[in-house]
Design a binder for this molecule. Structure first.
Ligand code: SF4
Length: 411
């Protein structure tokens, strides 16, 4: 069914758990303890399809099933194609492997000097602090290790990682990820952030987290105080569909923003979930209203059993074309492919440049109108050099240098 955006509504309430006291509902511990993690628990709330049933049974050896009650409420239980449902309820597609898929699709393990620390780029490191998340995304890039269903037995060595960072003065930026770093206790986070900020060459810290989306109750005033204390801290959250933008998420983002944490969003382009210009436009508009800057749309990594999520790259380009020029510039994320095997993020953008020579650049805008920008100056014949002594006329607006081209340019 095509997505219909209702701009005035932000989902709120306890939904299926309306009987639970608000003090429990708003406790992140309660949400974690009451996650849906088995087929039997799931069947209390919806009837899984055959595909889902097979996927759930297989999840034990691929990537565990876990959904917080808060996030489960966003699922349309009558619609097997619900875009929220497909993100967190396993399907049989996870059992199908393709030749191009990889266990470690970004080649992280071979760049890990210490377990859990990836040092691929000279000036920054990725610090995987845990292998646990509040809920598990079926397309997770790190499904080889996250939840430990594949017996990867990830044991982060925080002390060794801190020592490595301290010994490498070229590291100016540390990205905490996992799993989800915000699942660590306040005390542990306070310690880790404090230790990192005490390293003189670490200029700032970034956190990648889906906790605000799966478990906004975790974004407590106490946690925000910790971020205030150890800033600058930047955070990338992970929202894929406008229906994830609830009142609770909006409030959590506001608390983070008021604690001085700049927020960006990373979405993964997922087939049948958000590979649609109207869905993405509604999402980026909601993100800006939540004080979150759309940052990246990722083409899905080539993870094992992920083919059923893989969207067409041309669809991604179409989405960027539908945004660029048609809405606020802040709302337009970068569409990137993380190069398979570990080549880094490469922007995949629509082409606006038609020709570039020593004389000129020819390009077209979002409406398809073409323009010429001269690279060489052509002095006006007969123009008088201004007399320095004479009063100068103020220049009220910049010279117009890019002229629309009425006729198509041959390039
Ligand atoms: S929250 Fe992140 S790390 Fe956890 S399952 Fe989802 S994508 Fe993977």
């Amino acid at each position: 069914m095509p997505y219909k955006e209702d701009r005035a509504t932000w989902y709120e309430g306890q939904g299926l758990w309306a009987d639970v006291p608000a003090s429990d509902w708003n406790s992140w511990g309660w949400q974690l303890r009451n996650r849906i993690t088995t087929l039997e628990q799931l069947e209390r709330y919806l009837t899984p399809t055959r595909e889902e049933r097979a996927g759930i049974l297989f999840a034990k050896q691929k990537l565990s099933l876990a959904i917080t009650p808060y996030f489960f409420n966003l699922i349309d239980r009558d619609d097997p194609d619900c875009p929220i449902r497909k993100q967190v309820i396993p399907r049989a597609g996870e059992m199908q492997l393709a030749e191009e898929e990889m266990l470690d699709s970004l080649g992280e393990d071979e760049h890990s000097p210490v377990p859990g620390l990836v040092h691929r780029y000279p000036d920054r490191v990725l610090f995987l602090v845990t292998d646990r998340c509040a809920s598990y995304c079926r397309y997770c890039t790190r499904s080889r290790m996250v939840s430990n269903a594949q017996h990867y037995d990830f044991h982060p060595q925080h002390e060794a990682a801190l020592a490595y960072i301290a010994a490498h003065p070229e590291v100016r930026d540390v990205l905490l990820s996992g799993g989800d770093p915000l699942l660590l206790s306040d005390g542990k986070l306070d310690m880790l952030l404090g230790r990192l900020r005490a390293i003189p060459h670490v200029e700032f810290i970034r956190i990648g987290s889906r906790i605000p989306v799966f478990l906004p109750q975790r974004v407590t005033p106490e946690l925000c105080e910790i971020f205030k204390k150890h800033g600058p801290i930047w955070m990338s959250i992970h929202v894929n569909h406008p229906r994830e933008c609830t009142q609770a998420l909006k409030d959590a983002c506001e608390r983070l923003a008021f604690a001085g944490v700049p927020l960006g969003n990373q979405s993964v382009l997922l087939r049948g979930i958000n590979d649609d210009p109207e869905v993405m436009k509604a999402l980026v508009h909601r993100l800006l209203r939540m004080r979150v800057r759309p940052y990246y749309i990722y083409q899905m990594d080539l993870i094992t059993g992920g083919a059923h999520f893989k969207a067409d790259v041309r669809r991604g380009i179409e989405i960027i074309e539908a945004l660029r020029g048609h809405t606020t510039g802040y709302a337009v994320p970068q569409y990137v492919i993380d190069a398979p095997g570990g080549g880094g993020k490469v922007p995949i953008n629509p082409e606006y440049l038609d020709k570039i020579t020593d004389e000129e650049v020819v390009f077209h805008n979002f409406e398809g109108r073409r323009f010429r920008y001269p690279l060489k100056s052509t002095p006006l014949v007969g123009a008088r050099v201004p007399d320095e002594a004479a009063p100068q006329k103020p220049v009220s607006e910049p010279e117009r240098v890019a002229e629309p081209i009425a006729e198509p340019v041959s390039v």
